[in-house]
Design a protein around this ligand. Structure first.
Ligand SMILES: [Zn+2]
Length: 115
């Protein structure tokens, strides 16, 4: 009997996006969207969803595009009415969400002298 080697796959295993994180991404995209409910650019339908999977694609690092190595992590939105899929940079979206949350905290905290 030979020892089974752990299978080393080169392919990326998609990871699941937690519901809370997924909701944050939905809210972020809706805030950024030019049209109400982030209508699909192909068919105009507002029936889009953020896929509950985070993806990665092979990519060469580009100046000003933050990702490490040769894989760019991505979020995807899917249109229920035509199937069009759009991809968003996970690192940029997460960074902007963190910035917004930090500025909210700064805006709501403070003012009290405390004693
Ligand atoms: Zn569509």
């Amino acid at each position: 009997m030979s020892d089974e080697q752990p299978t080393e796959t080169k392919s990326y295993e998609p990871k699941e996006l937690g519901r809370e994180h997924s909701n944050k991404v939905v809210e972020f995209i809706n805030r950024k969207a030019v049209s109400p409910n982030d209508a699909c650019p192909v068919c105009g339908s507002p029936k889009n969803t953020v896929a509950h999977t985070a993806y990665k694609i092979e990519a060469q690092p580009a100046e000003g595009v933050p990702f490490s190595g040769v894989q760019m992590p991505l979020f995807a939105t899917v249109c229920f009415d035509c199937g069009f899929v759009r991809l968003f940079s996970e690192m940029i979206v997460n960074h902007l969400i963190e910035q917004e949350e930090a500025s909210k905290t700064t805006a709501t905290v403070g003012g009290a002298d405390g004693d």
